[in-house]
Design a protein around this ligand. Structure first.
Ligand code: ATP
Ligand code: MG
Length: 581
């Protein structure tokens, strides 16, 4: 087993140096103690762990968040400054009469006010819900309405363009706080700048229990209407241990998570885990741009980078070796989440940066990373890795009322998690029935299918909804897509099942080609033949279309349900999270 990772010429010993040892000796209370030290009751508040603890300690003057603006200039906030600003914001909310559990939404780009208001809201024990600013008015309305928003923090331009027209339909909203306006527009639309100046910069966090709601996150809407998952303050412990053991955060690290806080990854890992672990957190206001991203990695001397397969695939499509143009010697770890990370992407990491990209699996509902590859553990490219120590994951067969764990290695089944990890969601908003249905006995049913091999590694098969039943086989899209992706001409692929009277469903593939390859019948046959040779005729696609883009959610996930609906001429369903290209 590899005991240390090379960073340029120096080396860092991973926090998790022996997976089996930590798994067998893992103790949640001990981890809580390690995070919390001797804190009193306030220790249960996420913002206490993320800010107060550090602002009152040795790293108070260290940069907590560096916000890189569109023009590449940056604004730094030390832990102490962030403490003062988030306390001011907490006082703004209290002065407006906002109470525990009431919901405070944000709709902004990745600007300092987003991070300040998130932490300030958490301090008050109100519930924070960040929305992705590229949503159009209807998706914004759906979420504000469903979430009974009391307060919305936004910018002048977003207010004018997207929110103003919705207000008549949103009676629950009491205040809109504009980040870039010096005057109040009326007694509902107020200047946040003015309120912040008038507010006190000290705030005492009220007693907070681990089970108190803290955050509301909407799912990506990949399989249907987005669900609102509520999370508790106790999740801080999960942010802490996953930051420590999966992202391997060490003092002095410069960490960058590319996700927007409008998705759970961008809050759990784009705000909380790096702060709780006391490192410097990089935030980029701009959207994906390959060269900009490489230049940020270089200029900021990023050591640990957390991104998503969709971005990695876009980087892989560019025919150039980044380390020849950029000095990336500080970078020692890249992790990925959100979709399956195909084996060739893992290996591309090895070839390009000198170490494999480490995949991990989790969901909005889990609040934090559940299954992961760790820097000290052998990587099996294409596998999601092993459950986090302290988390129990299993493969199960599920019937309407029953659950049976499958112990034989290699068998496909439902991926389930033993209830009770600290960041487990505590409800779906206004949908108690659906929440209850997610549990069977002591197990949470993830809705994904997977396999566990003889060494305990988990392999993603597909979402239960996307499984294709063809000629008596259950085919997971991931398996077929992985094979297609390993063809030299294929940049991206998605497969669906199409009803067929003879074989149940036939496998149909949609393929985006790499630049320079002609989208003609010869290449189509070549790719189908390649897939048949690799995975056999039962599993290989019988039909294949070339497309220029695959439909994706705004968080970058392939929308197979939309491909299927379009193919079959069925209603397209909720498109609130569809990325417009
Ligand atoms: P919805 O629940 O609204 O359909 P969603 O499931 O895409 O949307 P998220 O909670 O953002 O919403 O995504 C979690 C899902 O993403 C997982 O259940 C899984 O299907 C997929 N996923 C996340 N990480 C991985 C991974 N490493 N490998 C494979 N799939 C992954
Ligand atoms: Mg889901």
């Amino acid at each position: 087993m590899k005991k240390s990772l090379e960073i340029g010429t120096s080396s860092v010993t991973p926090n998790l140096s022996d997976y089996e040892f930590l798994k067998n000796s893992f103790n949640w209370d001990r981890e809580w103690q390690l995070m919390n030290g001797h804190a009193e009751k306030t220790g249960c508040n996420i913002a206490y762990q993320a800010i107060e603890r550090h602002a009152n300690g040795e790293i108070k003057d260290q940069v907590a968040i560096r916000c890189i603006q569109k023009d590449k200039t940056s604004k730094d906030f030390s832990y102490l400054e962030l403490q003062n600003l988030s306390s001011r914001f907490a006082n703004v909310l209290i002065n407006l009469g906002i109470k525990k559990g009431e919901r405070v939404f944000s709709l902004t780009g990745r600007i300092p006010e987003l991070y300040i208001s998130a932490l300030g809201t958490l301090k008050t024990t109100a519930v924070f819900c960040p929305l992705y600013s590229v949503f159009g008015p209807e998706p914004i309305f759906q979420r504000l309405f469903k979430g009974d928003a009391k307060v919305l923090i936004t910018t002048k331009i977003l207010f004018e363009k997207k929110v103003k027209e919705l207000l008549a339909r949103l009676p629950s909203i009491q205040f809109i706080l504009l980040t870039d306006e010096n005057r109040d527009l009326d007694n509902k639309v107020l200047s946040l700048t003015r309120l912040m100046q008038a507010a006190d910069d000290t705030f005492v966090i009220p007693p907070t229990r681990r089970e108190d709601p803290a955050l509301l996150h909407f799912t990506s809407g990949t399989t249907g209407m987005p669900k609102g998952a509520l999370h508790v303050h106790g999740a801080a412990l999960m942010h802490y241990i996953t930051g420590k053991y999966v992202l391997d955060l060490h003092q002095g690290d410069i960490f960058w998570c590319t996700a927007d806080p409008g998705w759970v990854t961008g809050t759990s890992y784009g705000i909380l885990a790096p702060l709780i672990n006391g490192v410097t957190n990089i935030v980029d206001e701009e959207e994906f741009d390959a060269l900009r991203w490489y230049s940020i990695l270089e200029e900021q001397k990023v050591t640990v980078w957390y991104t998503a397969p969709t971005a990695i695939r876009r980087l892989m499509r560019i025919d150039f070796q980044p380390t020849e143009k950029y000095n990336l010697e500080h970078l020692r770890l890249i992790c990925s989440v959100g979709e399956p990370l195909h084996a060739d992407a893992v290996l591309w990491g090895q070839k390009t940066f000198g170490f494999p990209i480490l995949d991990n699996w989790w969901q909005t509902e889990t609040g934090g990373i559940m299954i992961a590859n760790y820097p000290s553990m052998k990587v099996k490219p294409g596998s999601m890795g092993k459950p986090l120590p302290g988390v129990e994951a299993a493969i199960a067969e599920i019937t309407e009322h029953d659950i049976r764990l499958i112990t034989e290695p290699g068998q496909q089944g439902h991926l389930v998690l033993k209830k009770g990890w600290p960041s487990m969601f505590c409800g779906y908003l206004h949908d108690e029935e659906r929440y209850k249905k997610c549990f069977r006995d002591n197990w949470y049913l993830s809705g994904d299918l997977a396999r566990k091999d003889e060494d305990g590694y988990f392999w993603f098969v597909g979402r239960a909804d996307d499984i294709i039943k063809t000629s008596g086989h259950m085919v997971g899209p991931f398996e077929v897509e992985s094979v297609l992706m390993s063809h030299p001409a294929v940049a991206e692929a998605a497969v669906i099942g199409k009803p067929d009277s003879m074989i149940g469903e036939l496998v149909k593939a949609f393929v985006v080609l790499k630049t320079g390859f002609p989208a003609d019948d010869k290449l189509k046959l070549d790719i189908i033949g390649f897939a048949r040779k690799k995975s056999g005729p039962a599993v290989a696609p019988k039909q294949l279309d070339f497309v220029t883009e695959l439909p994706k959610t705004k968080s970058g996930k392939i929308l197979r349900r939309l491909l299927k609906a379009r193919e079959l001429g069925l209603p397209e369903g909720d498109l609130s999270t569809l990325e417009q290209t």
